[in-house]
Design a protein around this ligand. Structure first.
Ligand code: SF4
Length: 319
């Protein structure tokens, strides 16, 4: 599927790069991001993948085997499991056990709420045993804003999960078990500066709930999927895209994730990043299955761009 035309009608991402004498090209690939499926126990308003309880797409054992085989062949420095809610995918434990010895850093993204189930609790123990790093999404440091984005009752269950992770050693001072948080705005506006947001989260979570974490990352919402539908319905699409384009930070380009990683979806198909995955823009311009990947992308290879790339280069950038 081709990338969408620029709804701004001018000033595309490629032009913004060119204005600063930049190109989006690949460096050495050292990260494999694995999207294990679109099933989720939440239906967040900002989800670029439109994941939710009604989605049934999940990685099967054969595709997991192809991912494991790829990780064995190429020895990625880091492997990043994401979803949907990875916890809902049957055999995730087997995938995690198989991948952990094949990389320096295995990380799993979690919405926190999914860790409260029986399977989620067992996975927490497994993550601890294998030293898996956790990246937890938490839109805000208060109940009202978090629940506006994620639904009623989500705040209490997120706090419960964070407390349990702290008890296991995650995010605690001097512990090797890393717990990072990711927050994003609740509407069509940009996130506050990362350092300022981290201070607020640390103070609020510690003071009110005794919760510790390592770092907080703030990311802009990506104008795709459910968030794009919201922008269209509310008449905010054009204004939001203009905000992203106006906030273009050329210094963020060097660290963009697409320069160092490959993304694979629940069916084993390859993409430059999770956002191109959401839009259906193939890695290399055509459908390629991970089992047929003969070599990693050569440094210097151009990466196709689209308007949603502006969400990665605003403020601190999306790495
Ligand atoms: S959406 Fe972001 S990560 Fe993906 S290609 Fe564009 S700049 Fe890179």
């Amino acid at each position: 599927m081709p990338m969408a035309a620029n709804p701004l009608g001018g000033g595309s991402f490629g032009e913004a790069l060119a204005k600063h004498g930049l190109q989006l090209t690949r460096e050495e690939t050292r990260v494999l991001q694995v999207n294990v499926g679109l099933a989720c126990d939440l239906s967040c308003r900002h989800c670029h993948l439109e994941a939710g309880p009604q989605r049934v797409e999940m990685m099967d054992r054969d595709t997991m085997d192809a991912v494991i085989d790829c990780a064995r062949r190429f020895r990625f420095q880091s492997i990043d499991l994401t979803g949907g809610a990875p916890e809902l995918v049957p055999d995730l434990d087997r995938l995690v056990r198989s991948l952990a010895p094949l990389t320096d850093r295995l990380m799993v993204r979690t919405n926190l709420v999914a860790l409260n189930s029986g399977e989620g609790s067992a996975l927490c123990e497994l993550y601890r045993e294998l030293g898996v790093a956790l990246v937890a999404s938490l839109p805000a440091s208060n109940a009202a804003q978090t629940e506006a984005q994620r639904g009623e009752g989500v705040w209490g269950r997120s706090v419960d999960a964070l407390k349990r992770l702290n008890t296991l050693g995650y995010g605690m001072p001097d512990s090797p078990l890393r717990l990072d948080l990711v927050s994003n705005p609740s509407g069509a506006f940009l996130p506050p500066p990362q350092q300022q947001a981290e201070q607020k989260f640390r103070s609020d979570l510690s003071r009110r709930h005794g919760i510790s974490f390592n770092s907080l990352y703030t990311f802009a919402n990506v104008p795709l999927g459910r968030f794009r539908s919201f922008l269209e319905r509310s008449g905010n699409l054009e204004g939001y895209l203009a905000q992203l384009a106006d906030g273009f930070n050329p210094c963020s380009v060097a660290g963009l994730m697409c320069r160092y990683q490959l993304s694979v979806d629940w069916r084993g198909r390859l993409f430059d990043c999770d956002f191109h995955l959401a839009q259906g823009g193939w890695y290399g311009g055509e459908e390629t299955h991970i089992s047929t990947l003969a070599e990693l992308p050569a440094p210097g290879t151009m990466i196709p761009t689209a308007d949603h790339c502006f969400a990665c280069t605003v403020g601190a950038g999306f790495t």
